[in-house]
Design a protein around this ligand. Structure first.
Ligand code: NAD
Length: 420
């Protein structure tokens, strides 16, 4: 398949092959799971505000639905490729299974820089993309959610378009939608908060106290990075290094996170942020801090960066932030740097998406406290289960997390058997 030539997909597939070997996975199951079930390739024509029609490449990849409907975000980014979306769909399968959610893995993406388009252009793009996918998505089939470059507004347009085409309201077709149309309290903050729940558990394992003496560096200050920063700031930790696409920023005294939120709201990014020293993205990742959270994009930690990491805990908020080469170095350094792998660290988003889907199906909504309590419970349980597998198989944390995810999918596949 075309995705086999993509470096991000190759990375996901290599990780899978290695884990399959370690766990002695049934060969037939392994052959099926190393490729996604299906990919929908779409060219989306959109009328621009100046009346031209521009065409964008778009994808929806469905990796595996043995345990339940496909589930995964939709990404708007100029770097989206079929291979990237395919890799992300595979990681979603392991993530849902690792969290023991009755869902499979999917992912979508459109190759576009959303910051360069008006609200109306983005609305037309989203509506046409959704209409092209109408036969492939649905509350029992495949449920999109926000990811990089998309948000609750994009989900609202997806929900509305799908509902118009069906002839009745179908809130369950997406998660991460506004509260006014059946969204869940706590979904926006869920991934960042979930990252922090795993950091708390890792600190317990390492006998570390998290508080005013704890320094944190965060790459990416979007949905995941900003809410992780807010939670850690509330706990009294010092966020000393942050970054976004405009560059890196350091403040040894610790950033006033509510002020950073205000600045981004007013200016769109961290560009020209005062009270900070400008630094590079690599300086953020390799800063002399206790916790580093990559929360931007894939392939940021290569072998050189991995060798220079000075943190005790690396919590992967982003999907696939570590390259295969970087991961080899981290594996060798596992006694120095405790890695909380992406499929575990950033699973809070899909977990509250699952809560949103369940609330929608039951038409019964929970309080913010109930959601946070359930999220904390499920993240802590998954963290402990991964640690158990790690000890039992004497393997690296990433391998342990994937063993747990893959094991449950394999068991379900063998139980269901091959059709026809
Ligand atoms: P977002 O679009 O809200 O924010 C991305 C942030 O990263 C922005 O601050 C952007 O400026 C910055 N950024 C982008 N490219 C960068 C680069 N090359 N260098 C430095 N900074 C860069 O996206 P998000 O939803 O926060 O997602 C971030 C990561 O977390 C992605 O890998 C995504 O797949 C993953 N993730 C997101 C969710 C979710 O619920 N949103 C859930 C699980 C995983």
């Amino acid at each position: 398949m075309e995705w086999n030539n993509d470096p991000v997909f190759q990375m996901a597939q290599r990780q899978f092959d290695d884990v399959a070997e370690v766990m002695n996975l049934d060969k037939n199951v392994a052959n099926r799971l190393r490729e996604p079930d299906r990919a929908v390739l779409i060219t989306v024509p959109v009328r621009m505000d100046d009346n031209r029609v521009q065409v964008f490449d778009a994808y929806r990849v469905q990796h595996n639905d043995t345990r339940g409907p496909y589930k995964g975000g939709v990404r708007y980014s100029p770097h989206v490729t079929l291979g990237e979306v395919a890799a992300l769909s595979m990681w979603m399968t392991w993530k849902c299974s690792l969290m023991n959610l009755p869902l499979g893995g999917g992912k979508g993406g459109i190759r576009i820089d959303p910051t360069k388009h008006s609200r109306l252009e983005l609305q037309r793009l989203t509506r046409r993309y959704t209409s092209e996918l109408v036969g492939f998505i649905g509350p029992n089939q495949d449920i999109p959610a926000p990811d990089m470059g998309t948000n609750d507004q994009i989900m609202a347009w997806m929900m509305d378009t799908y509902s118009q085409l069906k002839g009745y309201a179908v809130p369950g077709v997406v998660t991460g939608k506004p509260i006014s149309i059946g969204g869940s309290l706590g979904r926006t903050e869920a991934t960042g908060r979930g990252v922090v729940f795993t950091v708390i558990e890792a600190a317990k394992v390492l006998n570390m106290t998290l508080g005013s003496q704890t320094k944190v560096a965060i790459q990416g200050f979007g949905n995941v990075g900003s809410h992780a920063a807010a939670s850690l700031h509330e706990m009294g930790c010092k966020i000393t290094h942050i970054s976004d696409i405009s560059g890196g920023y350091a403040n040894t005294k610790g950033f006033d996170i509510p002020k950073v939120f205000e600045y981004i709201k007013a200016n769109g990014s961290l560009k020209n942020f005062k009270d900070a020293e400008p630094i590079s993205q690599i300086d953020v990742l390799t800063a002399p801090v206790d916790v580093v959270i990559p929360a931007a994009t894939e392939r940021q930690i290569d072998d050189k960066v991995a060798a220079q990491l000075k943190c005790r805990i690396l919590a992967e908020g982003a999907n696939g932030p570590t390259t295969t080469e970087g991961d080899k170095v981290l594996k060798e350094r596992q006694n120095e740097v405790f890695v909380i792998p992406d499929v575990l660290a950033n699973a809070g988003g899909v977990t509250v998406s699952y809560f949103e889907w369940v609330q929608g199906l039951q038409n019964f909504f929970w309080s913010a406290d109930e959601i946070n309590e359930q999220l904390s419970k499920l993240m802590t349980k998954a963290f402990m289960e991964v640690c158990d597998v790690q000890k039992r198989h004497k393997v690296y944390m990433r391998t342990a997390a994937q063993i747990l995810g893959i094991e449950r999918v394999a068991k379900a596949m063998l139980a269901r058997g091959l059709y026809p």
